[in-house]
Design a protein around this ligand. Structure first.
Ligand code: ATP
Ligand code: MG
Length: 273
């Protein structure tokens, strides 16, 4: 008789999961950046990753988006085990990421940045290809409109834009292309109050559209405003996850700093850990 594998059993346990991660590990020589991470994201769910500096949050994102290869572990996207050879490969499979360091080209205008690496061409004859600027401009306007972002002059290069406007372009690009999942690594860390509010509006719009999202943030007010579940990273491990409605900022701070041992929390929590 066929018995289900460990991973099939896990997919059965989370039949609606977009992302299912087991044993994800990354060691850089002697540095244990991430060890044995277990993580799940449900369809339409918005999750936050929190933890102190150096806790392993960005490492986790780099591993699940093909920037780096894991030392060990298994990543399932919609029930299928995946292995991304590059960020482009992850994008092709529906995962859009806005990294902690924005990957935008300062000298190019908004449409060129939105279509960076996936330009629309009119003719594509190998080296003789002609970009379809009008199509890229029209689609960029639509994408920005979906996210509510307004850019006065689409032909202006990003060099003349504020940090907030650039961040909105990066998020609009991710939101426009994401088929399965959006990941934002500290999207508002460098932004002012108004620009932060704009980015948070975009994130709420994605929730309404049912686009699953993972956000890394040090801003607990923002995390509690935006997400369904909070995952706590500590010293290279995922120590716990809590539904936002079942926890509070004090408890999350305690888990981040180590003042609260997740093993001492209620049974419901222990099961989620
Ligand atoms: N390329 C690398 N080589 C060696 N060590 C690394 C490398 N990248 C990350 N690390 C180490 O791995 C650990 C986790 O780093 P990571 O960037 O994932 O932390 P983080 O949780 O994103 O922190 P922050 O909140 O500061 O962004 C740190 O100790 C870091 O120094
Ligand atoms: Mg980081």
């Amino acid at each position: 008789m066929l018995t289900p594998s460990r991973h099939t059993k896990s997919a059965m346990k989370h039949p609606n999961s977009v992302l299912n991660i087991h044993g994800l590990t990354k060691h850089y020589g002697g540095v244990r950046a991430l060890t044995d991470a277990v993580f799940t994201l449900q369809n339409g769910e918005h999750a936050a990753i929190v933890g102190d500096n150096g806790a392993g949050k960005s490492t986790f994102v780099r591993l699940i988006t093909g920037v780096e290869q894991p030392s060990a572990g298994d990543i399932q996207l919609n029930g299928q085990t995946v292995s991304f050879s590059s960020p482009l490969n992850a994008r092709e499979q529906g995962i859009e990421t806005v990294y902690q360091t924005l990957a935008l080209a300062e000298d190019l205008d908004v449409p060129a940045n939105i279509f960076l690496g996936r330009e629309i061409t009119r003719f594509n004859l190998g080296p003789l290809s002609f970009l379809n600027h009008k199509a890229m401009r029209d689609q960029s306007i639509d994408m920005l409109a979906t996210t509510g972002v307004r850019i006065q002059d689409m032909s202006e290069s990003l060099r003349g834009m504020s940090g907030g406007q650039r961040q909105c372009v990066a998020i609009a690009r991710a939101a426009g292309f994401a088929k399965k999942l959006i990941i934002l690594d500290e999207p508002t860390a460098a932004l002012g109050v108004q620009e932060t509010a704009k980015v948070e509006e975009i994130i709420k719009g994605l929730k309404q559209r049912g686009v699953p999202l993972i956000i890394i943030s040090h801003n607990l007010r923002q995390v509690f405003d935006l997400v369904d579940r909070i995952w706590v990273f500590r010293q290279g491990r995922i120590i716990c996850s809590r539904r936002t409605v079942d926890t509070n900022p004090q408890e999350i701070v305690g888990l981040i700093t180590g003042a609260i041992d997740p093993a001492t929390l209620a049974l419901e929590v222990a099961e989620a850990c």
